[in-house]
Design a protein around this ligand. Structure first.
Ligand code: URP
Ligand code: ZN
Ligand code: ZN
Length: 469
């Protein structure tokens, strides 16, 4: 099947020009002016639209058991939502189970991801670091195409590694060409603060934020950086939320240490004032790290401008607000009596591109190239998906988004394709809208119409990760 996308303004991390694109058999075959094709070619007119690479979101939790809870989107629903949001590639988290090989965790993840509608790779969460699982890390990297590992400094007794285990896993990753992704919050101290708050009867959602202050993110970020230096392992700080944590990343990068970091739309556009919403509404915003004070986002925007932050991903970790159909048990209502029982995580996979476009390009004055870089090219490079993903060039996958930079619309959960019953951005007016999405040349989203299908997403086996230049 051949597809022609004509008259569009092609934007990549470095290019900006008007041309036509022919995609044949999933790959970009030709880019040129006024390309003539026969009647067997599907033609899409992109006049007046940006033609950008499909978004790459390297932080999702689909169909994921998180402690005693479970996220609500399947790979089918979560990736369909991603596609409607202009994202054609995800890297999702699978995990090791205590006492078991991480290879088993990957095997189970592969079964779950069979319904994916866009292409997906896997990061492995290590939570039982021993001689056997360290050896399995090598197998994951060399045989299974999993070249990034998430290590938690938070959630003691559930996901957290102590510093020794953290160091050993980092060293193994670094020696074998893998990237260590760290959730940097000081879990044991948070546990003390949570316990003390509950003892004082402070049970509302807002105490989720007060018990996870930025200093504990900063401290853990600094510790992760120093341990990664000793381990000689490139580092990627996930969901960075505060100026303090960013200052340690900037300082390390200035010293030439290979430290990278992502932030998420909720930290760029929302503040901890959301926790003051009436009733239990604040629970919708319970994710980790929590939303921060007004003023923190300015540090994050600066980081994105100076490249101390390289990526905006979503951390799409969906838990409904209310218990729902589909047998969903693990809603935010679990924490109605105590904030510490609220499942941690929020949705976002469907709104990243328009929000970041408006914020970065229209409000912060960043170039469209930089926008493409932070939502597609840089994550593709860091996680070894580039150049097949994250850019538009001859020979690469025909993953393309047609984006109207002028269209104003309003975000509504009711119009989303995820199983979620809320969005963090309900009623927000945004300028910039995804119009069509192509996965390997096939038009899967056309306005509000879905042409994709569950199972069409391919597994992305990855090689050495952690290099961006
Ligand atoms: O609240 C969050 N971020 N939930 C997902 C798990 C994680 O730490 O990424
Ligand atoms: Zn995390
Ligand atoms: Zn996450």
């Amino acid at each position: 099947m051949k597809t022609l996308i004509k008259n569009g303004r092609i934007v990549t991390a470095v290019d900006d020009y008007v041309a036509d694109i022919v995609i044949d058999n999933g790959r970009i075959e030709t880019i040129g002016r006024h390309i003539a094709v026969g009647g067997d070619v599907e033609v899409h007119d992109a006049s007046g639209l940006l033609v950008m690479p499909g978004g790459v979101d390297v932080h999702t939790h689909l169909d994921w058991a998180f402690g005693a809870t479970h996220t609500v989107d399947t790979f089918g629903t979560g990736t369909k939502a991603a596609a409607f949001g202009g994202t054609t590639t995800l890297i999702d988290f699978c995990n090791q189970t205590m006492g078991e090989s991480p290879l088993k965790g990957l095997e189970q993840w592969h079964k779950r991801r069979e319904g994916a509608c866009v292409d997906v790779g896997a990061h492995m969460i290590m939570l039982d670091v021993n001689a056997g699982s360290l050896a399995d890390m090598k197998t994951l990297i060399n045989r299974e195409g999993v070249s990034s590992f998430k290590l938690f400094m938070a959630y003691p007794g559930v996901l957290m590694l102590d510093d020794g285990a953290l160091f050993k896993a980092m060293r193994m990753a670094g020696a074998n060409g893998a990237l260590t992704c760290v959730h940097a919050e000081n879990g044991p101290v948070i546990q003390v603060l949570v316990q003390e708050a509950l003892e004082q009867g402070l049970t509302a959602p807002k105490y989720h934020a007060t018990t996870r202050p930025p200093i504990l993110e900063g401290e853990a970020t600094h510790r992760a950086i120093r341990l990664s230096e000793l381990a000689r392992a490139p580092l990627y700080i996930v969901h960075l939320s505060s100026g303090e944590a960013l200052s340690y990343v900037s300082e390390a990068r200035d010293r030439g240490i290979p430290v990278h970091a992502e932030t998420c739309p909720h930290y760029l556009f929302l503040t901890n004032e959301e926790y003051e919403r009436p009733g239990f509404e604040g629970a919708k915003y319970v994710m980790t790290p929590p939303l921060r004070e007004r003023g923190q986002a300015a540090h994050l925007w600066r980081g994105l401008k100076t490249d101390d932050l390289q990526v905006v991903s979503t951390d799409h970790c969906p838990f409904c607000f209310n218990a729902q159909p589909y047998g969903i048990q693990f809603s935010k209502q679990l924490g109605a009596e105590r904030f510490s029982e609220i499942p941690n995580g929020a949705p976002g996979v469907e709104t990243r591109l328009p929000l970041v476009f408006e914020g970065a390009v229209l409000k912060q004055g960043m170039s469209i190239n930089r926008f493409v870089e932070i939502v597609a090219t840089a994550p593709a490079k860091l996680f070894d998906l580039f150049p097949m993903k994250g850019t538009i060039a001859v020979g690469t996958d025909g993953d393309i988004v047609l984006f109207n930079p002028d269209e104003q619309w309003t975000i509504r959960a009711a119009e989303h394709h995820s199983r979620m019953d809320y969005t963090l951005f309900e009623g927000r007016s945004v300028t910039g809208r995804v119009k069509k999405v192509f996965l390997r040349g096939q038009c899967i989203v056309d306005g509000a119409t879905w042409h994709g299908r569950e199972g069409m997403g391919q597994y992305l086996s990855r090689g050495e990760s952690g290099r961006i230049n």
